[in-house]
Design a protein around this ligand. Sequence first.
Ligand code: ZN
Length: 129
Amino acid sequence: MTTRTIDPQTLHGFVEYRGVRLTAMGDDGDVLLAIGHPADQTAVKAMRTFLIADCGWARGDVADLGTIAEVAQLLYRRWAAVVTDCGECGGGEGCAMCATIRSHDWWLDYSATEPVEGGFPVTILYLDC
Ligand SMILES: [Zn+2]
């Protein structure tokens, strides 16, 4: 996989709550990604605010996710890098996955559990929606 080193603060499509930059990813917007490894309470509160303000969630639905401590248990602390190809085809033309990646402003691989070259810390919450 080819990575592109960027300043994560310059990625488009994020909003900021409590000093945490957030976005929703995935086909259904069911992956919340925060830049950095903020403290549990800060991360969860920022994500709750994001769900209500930017995703149209009802407060009751957000409450149903659990307490701050419960939601914090669901957070994944990972390292992300901006990738420019799928890492499997050699980056050639004609690869549907590479075409998808290139059609986006940015594409993150956020699977690393340790720091990666050119990467930055992220906090992930998978939503069951
Ligand atoms: Zn490819």
